[in-house]
Design a protein around this ligand. Structure first.
Ligand code: 3HC
Ligand code: NAI
Length: 697
């Protein structure tokens, strides 16, 4: 055994050389890995190895370039020399893959002559998710191996494919079962066979057969672009990936490589990739809580209880059934229970009919969900999540009951969207076991979970909620108690200003368009229509004192009855601005003494977003969010903030805090209102040249 660098060593089995990478946690291609790989190839060839196997220690094959090196000064050798040494080696080179071969890792594997993988391995070029494209020849080699349609799909979605798919499309040559030792043995055996049988030393770069069908086929690329246009709106990287595959189809390898290099430099130096790389690390940081060590004991959650099978409860239950955790769902009566479970079943059936889950999964998952109308059935649950109406008296009476029913140590969570978690915890004899788990609607789809720490929540309760979130595939951020927590509290500020601008002369369509163009999937009024205008509205208490009340009084309920701020086509659900609504708003504004004026798009944008930034800074100052980047994680994953703009804190830094402070002062002086009162923290950071995204108490 020879240590080549701190992370790469060379071993031999008979005449076969093994280059072994050991760079935890994910064997990223740090400079010393690149140096070791190059050295390993040179030595193995010089030592006269009959074949070379590239394999990794630890949990995975190389999971990509070392993203922490991006943006810094280049260090150590590039990857291209190693890749050339692999392709041009005079003896067979075999990549042995377990875990994930991603990005630069897969691009290295594509330079081996053959690929052997464990059955559980996954493969992908996820650079697009970082606002990038595979810049180490992946854009030119993948289509040559898998064909153009598959490469387009993989590179623009970043999806990881399994071994069955990889075998079928030609990405791997052999799949073996077992552990890392079995993989090593199989790869060495493959290498010996390659030598004995004189298998050709296949260079992927030389293969054209799989790309020829797409050569000159402009329609194929146009159709593909159209098919992803909706999903990738605003993002640059998907289009750049498509251009590279187009080059792979139409140009000789070396010319395609030049296209890749040029486009890679462009995306790498752009602001979108810098935002998306920031978001990658922000998401991972959010899972860490400074005062809760990683080894804090957690409750072993084997059965979950959900109270309420309404909009949220049903979706919450699905999250657990999806990962094989048994759920007891309790409703107040049989009819509500049947309705709630019926919706869950329909959701699963729709997923199965779309092919996103296998047909048999519908019954498997439904079988994990037990319905009941008796809270006593929560007795054996390790975690109970309450999702009944948003009413403090109701929630308190329920938590008193749960306290008597649930076993000691069980975590009691509330899905309240704005109520005081401490006041709910206080009615129990075990406030240390109470916490907020704020899911977002639709709860089975939205990635975000705000975990709301009560003043008494114990480390075990917090660690359990964070661990459960990860288990069900959510991105969790820990927040403190305040009205609306982090996300909704900032949203309230945006909503208040949107209403005001209607009175001044902006229209719902203008305000929504400005946010849509910024990159949100929809603006506040389209969102209200979707949620239903009558949430929390009661005819007998309505006094016509807000535009929304007036809308409800005139029978407008939003999308559900086809009439809200917009009118909706009953078949297509397409929306059109409604002159009647605009008149209603104008009349109301006039009655309040407002003279309509033109509100520019720039003013709309500033007045929607700057109060949010200001509120975010107050939230940070109060310690409600742990870090600025947590706020960004919340807005990107729960509220549709465009990923390529990082999040409100990252974006504010990119606009310039001094500029924002100046605008907040100006608007505040003209308009007044608590949400324009400048945050002292924001003021200080602007003066000191500090940043919101990296701020942490
Ligand atoms: N570079 C540096 N650090 C990385 C990394 C990378 N490529 N990938 C993961 N890490 C770090 C994470 O930040 C995290 O660090 P922490 O423990 O300090 O928070 C740690 O590795 C573990 O990561 P996860 O928590 O994400 O672990 P999981 O087991 O859940 O997931 C994974 C593992 C699937 C590999 C996931 O980390 C992942 O998707 N990584 C990114 C893969 C990727 O995008 N690769 C392409 C990079 S760009 C590239 O290759 C450009 C090339 O074309 C030139
Ligand atoms: P919902 O009205 O759709 O469902 C509530 C369900 O609770 C109903 O099915 C009702 O029958 C049931 N219920 C009421 N009292 C009960 C009792 N005593 N015992 C058993 N079941 C009872 O309400 P939704 O939208 O699901 O909201 C639930 C909670 O989730 C609220 O606290 C809400 O603020 C919060 N929330 C809602 C979001 C949304 O977008 N709808 C988003 C995030 C949180």
């Amino acid at each position: 055994m020879t240590e080549l660098t701190q992370s790469v060593r060379l071993e031999t089995e008979g005449s076969v050389a093994l280059i072994i990478v050991d760079n935890p946690p994910v064997n990223a291609l740090s400079w010393h890995v690149r140096a070791g790989l190059f050295e390993g190839m040179s030595r193995a060839v010089a030592d006269g190895a009959s074949a070379i196997v590239l394999i990794c220690d630890g949990r995975t094959f190389i999971a990509g370039a070392d993203i922490t090196e991006f943006g810094g000064a280049p260090k150590g050798p590039g990857l291209a020399e190693t890749q050339a040494a692999m392709e041009d080696a005079p003896v067979p080179v075999i990549a042995a893959i377990h875990g994930t071969a991603l990005g630069g890792g897969l691009e290295v594997a594509l330079c081996a002559h053959y690929r052997v993988a464990l059955g559980s391995a996954k493969f992908g070029l996820p650079e697009v998710n970082l606002g990038l494209l595979p810049g180490a020849g992946g854009t030119q080699r993948l289509p040559r191996l898998t064909g153009v349609p598959k490469a387009l799909e993989m590179m623009t979605s970043g999806r990881h494919i399994g071994t069955a798919e990889a075998l079928e499309c030609g990405l791997v040559d052999e799949v073996v079962d077992g552990d890392l030792a079995a993989l090593r043995a199989a790869a060495v055996a493959f290498a010996r066979r390659a030598v004995d049988e004189g298998l050709p030393l296949v260079r992927v770069r030389d293969r054209d057969d799989k790309v020829l069908p797409a050569r000159g086929d402009t329609k194929l690329f146009a159709d593909f672009r159209a098919s992803i246009a909706h999903r990738t709106r605003g993002f640059l990287a998907p289009e750049y990936n498509v251009r590279c595959v187009e080059a792979a189809a139409n140009l000789p390898f070396e010319e395609g490589m030049q296209v890749e290099a040029t486009l890679f430099r462009e995306v790498m130096s752009g602001s979108q990739s810098s935002a998306q790389r920031y978001a990658f690390f922000a998401e991972r940081a959010a899972n860490k809580v400074p005062d809760i060590p990683a080894d804090t004991p957690t409750v072993d959650v084997a059965r979950v209880g959900v109270l309420g099978a309404g909009t949220m409860g049903g979706g919450i239950a699905m999250n657990f059934a999806n990962v094989g955790i048994a759920v007891t769902i309790v409703e107040r009566d049989q009819e509500s229970l049947d309705r709630g479970l019926g919706v869950v079943r329909k959701n699963y059936e729709r997923s199965a009919s779309r092919g996103s889950i296998p047909a048999e999964a519908v019954e498997q998952r439904m079988a994990l969900i037990t319905g009941s109308t008796d809270k006593a059935d929560f007795a054996d649950c390790d975690l109970v999540i309450e999702a009944v109406f948003e009413n403090m008296d109701l929630k308190q009476s329920i938590f008193r009951e749960l306290d008597t029913i649930c076993k000691p140590g069980a975590v009691l969570a509330t899905n309240t969207s704005a109520l005081d978690v401490n006041a709910i915890a206080a009615v129990t004899s075990r406030p240390e076991s109470v916490i907020g788990m704020h899911f977002f609607s639709p709860a089975n789809v939205m990635k975000l979970l705000e975990v709301v720490r009560g003043s008494a929540s114990s480390p075990t309760t917090i660690a359990t909620a964070m661990a459960v979130a990860k288990r069900i595939g959510k991105i969790a951020a820990l927040v403190g108690v305040c009205n609306g927590f982090v996300g909704n509290r900032m949203l309230f500020m945006r909503g208040a200003e949107a209403e005001r601008m209607l009175l001044e002369g902006a229209t719902p369509a203008q305000i929504d368009r400005v946010l849509y163009d910024f990159g949100f999937p929809m603006g506040p009024f389209a969102m209200s229509d979707l949620a239903g205008l009558d949430i929390g509205w009661k005819a007998e208490r309505s006094t016509g004192s807000t535009i929304r009340e007036l809308m409800c009084e005139s029978g407008r309920r939003g999308q559900k009855n086809g009439r809200g701020y917009y009118t909706y086509d009953p078949d297509t659900r397409d929306k059109t601005p409604d002159p009647e609504v605009e008149q209603l708003i104008r009349d109301f504004a006039t009655s309040k003494g407002h003279e309509p004026r033109e509100v520019t798009d720039q003013e709309v944008l500033e007045r929607l977003l700057y109060p949010m930034i200001n509120e975010g800074a107050k939230i940070l100052d109060e310690g409600i969010a742990i870090r600025g980047s947590d706020i960004d994680v919340i807005w990107v994953n729960g509220y549709g903030w465009p990923l390529y703009r990082g999040g409100p804190m990252w974006w504010a830094d990119s606009v310039g805090l001094a500029e924002i402070v100046e605008r907040i002062r100006t608007y505040g002086a003209a308009l007044g209102g608590r949400h324009w009162e400048l945050s002292p923290l924001l003021e200080r950071l602007a003066a000191d040249g500090g940043q919101l995204q990296s701020f942490s108490r």
